[in-house]
Design a protein around this ligand. Structure first.
Ligand code: ADP
Length: 326
């Protein structure tokens, strides 16, 4: 598990803001503000952070479902940023996305078999009869039996619909999947089944995941590495086990402390962050977390910390965490 499949360098995705200032200028929304990622084949890499920190925009930018503002994206030796329409089509077969909402991801007027077979026909990977056979096989792997493939999406439960979404993403035999909050719309009882399915499929189909979630408890169970995002930047990155045994960034610590614990005593250690998340259109100067940080100093107000390695595979962007880790 050491061959790099995805390399992202200094990725920025800015959106135009519709609200203008009193001078009439519209500030850009810095949804993703200079992130670097290196993901190895076979990994399940978690991207976590509160809602609005730029996780989805990162995932969509990597697949160029959104046009990034700048930076470089390299997938399996190919330049995604400069790929023309034709190369992008090929790349999209290999890089798929699973979205949060299985209700809006499926065409309600199509039968499930056609929904899953469609990408094979669109990408000219199979004739219609072959496409149906292949689609049935993938559906079966995803837990949708042959007997129900002629039904419409509305005839399935939320969990089953997410299985269909996953089958559709897998039918072109991708190598890389961005799973964007794949279980957050589902009942807790169903979540574990879908997470187990994703783990089984990773082995069966030799997949690499970028797993996006706001839920640390979920990320802990399904990823081997993790990056924490805050206001468009990565503030900490580590092996999942290392991260959960000792997060260094004050934001990571606060996030982790909000995950419910087994004993009430542990709950007392909860760190409550004050203040709202600043606007991505007008992020604070210096360290963009300093306005909510319980530990900030004068330096944090002025100088943005770089993401710096503190031990093998563990990096943190915090002036204070760096000091304390030395
Ligand atoms: P997350 O996935 O972490 O919840 P997003 O990537 O969806 O965060 O959003 C990051 C920031 O970019 C937010 O401030 C959001 O409002 C803004 N944003 C996302 N998409 C758009 C868009 N199409 N136009 C303008 N702003 C956007």
């Amino acid at each position: 598990m050491c061959e790099e499949i995805l390399s992202v360098k200094d990725l920025k995705t800015y959106f135009n803001s519709r609200t203008s200032t009193f001078l009439g200028k519209s500030p850009s929304i810095r949804a993703v503000d200079g992130i670097n990622l290196s993901i190895n084949a076979g990994e399940s890499f978690g991207l976590v952070g509160e809602s609005g920190c730029g996780k989805s925009t990162t995932g969509r930018s990597i697949l160029r479902l959104i046009q990034p503002t700048s930076g470089s994206i390299n997938f399996a030796g190919r330049d995604v940023m400069t790929a023309d329409k034709k190369s992008l089509r090929t790349l999209r077969r290999e890089m798929q996305m699973i979205f949060q909402d299985p209700y809006s991801s499926l065409n309600p007027r199509m039968r499930v078999l056609d929904i899953v077979a469609e990408p094979l026909i669109v990408h000219r990977l199979a004739k219609p009869s072959e496409a149906a056979t292949k689609a049935k096989k993938v559906l079966d792997h995803c837990g949708i039996p042959d007997g129900s493939v002629q039904r419409f999406p509305r005839e399935f439960s939320g969990g089953q619909r997410q299985r269909i979404v996953i089958a559709r993403a897998l039918v072109t035999r991708p190598r890389f999947i961005v799973a964007d909050e794949p279980v957050s719309a589902l009942d807790v009882s169903i979540q574990a089944q879908i997470l187990n399915l994703l783990q089984d499929l990773r082995d069966e189909y030799s997949l690499t995941y970028l797993f996006i979630s706001h839920d640390l408890a979920i990320v802990r169970t399904v990823t081997n590495r993790i990056a924490v995002m805050y206001l468009g930047k990565i503030v900490e990155q580590a092996d999942t086990s290392v991260f959960f045994s000792g997060p260094l960034h004050p934001y990571s610590r606060a996030l982790l402390s909000s995950v419910p614990r087994e004993t009430p005593d542990e709950d007392k250690k909860r760190i409550i962050l004050t203040g709202n998340i600043p606007s991505a259109a007008n992020p604070p100067k210096g360290c963009n977390f300093h306005t909510r940080c319980p530990l900030f100093t004068e330096k944090c107000k002025k100088i943005a910390p770089e993401l710096i390695p503190v031990s093998k595979g563990h990096s943190v962007a915090c002036h204070l965490a760096l000091k304390s880790s030395k």
